[in-house]
Write a protein that binds this ligand. Structure first.
Ligand code: AKG
Length: 217
């Protein structure tokens, strides 16, 4: 469906590129099927427990490496992490190549993501402002969103305060962040229930995949 208000692909901040509708409906539906498979145990989707005792409201499953606050490990609950599939790396490379055309701060090659964090947000889930800083590599993060739209808050690399800007990520949208904003604080302030497109196999909730390069051996 064509948007009433045009959503052009654009560089939101230096090295941060938003490409609305990057995945077509078939590709979104395929990702939903893949995420359902990854969500199943063992090493399936769970809520991450934070060192302070809190529990994240999103549910997460990791591929390639398991992220636990604040490091990457190869096992989760004593079982190996699910593999990072080659096709997902190809998708990430294509995403970065398309984003790099819109940003002089991004370079496309070579890009070999080895971890994906697959997050599921129900209507009440949020993600507080944080940096993706447990990777040793400064390679860009490629983010894909499917299902209900979410309000993504892009802050700055210096702290959780302003300036920030809110970008609505809809189903099929690509967001890449790298360059001077690779360590920008970011989060998801809300999910917009009832906004998922029909026919992708996800009637409620939001999936987000971030592909990253750990830089770990
Ligand atoms: O859900 C999103 O769009 C962002 C996810 C995120 O910030 C993360 O996984 O670190």
């Amino acid at each position: 469906m064509e948007a009433l208000v045009p959503r052009p692909a654009r560089e939101v901040a230096a090295g941060v590129v938003h490409v609305p509708g990057w995945l077509d409906l078939d590709a979104q539906a395929e990702l939903v099927v893949a995420c359902r498979g990854w969500a199943r145990g063992p090493a399936g989707m769970r809520r991450v427990r934070l060192p302070g005792g809190g529990v994240m409201s999103v549910r997460t499953v990791c591929l390639g490496w398991h992220w636990e606050p604040y490091r990457y490990v190869r096992q989760v609950d004593g079982v190996p992490v699910k593999p990072f599939p080659g096709w997902l790396g190809d998708l990430g490379r294509r995403g970065l190549a398309d984003a790099a055309r819109l940003s002089p701060a991004l370079t496309a090659d070579p890009y070999a993501p080895d971890v994906a964090l697959v997050n599921f947000y129900d209507a009440d889930a949020r993600m507080g402002l944080h940096q993706d800083r447990d990777e040793r590599s400064v390679a860009p993060v490629v983010s894909l969103s499917v299902g209900d739209a979410g309000v993504f808050r892009l802050g700055n690399p210096l702290g959780r305060g302003r300036p920030w800007q809110d970008v609505v990520l809809e189903s099929g949208d690509l967001l890449v962040f790298g360059g001077p904003n690779r360590l920008a604080f970011h989060g998801v302030t809300k999910v917009l229930p009832g906004t998922a497109p029909r026919g992708i196999g996800l009637d409620a909730g939001r999936l987000n995949l971030t592909l990253r390069v750990t830089g770990l051996p």
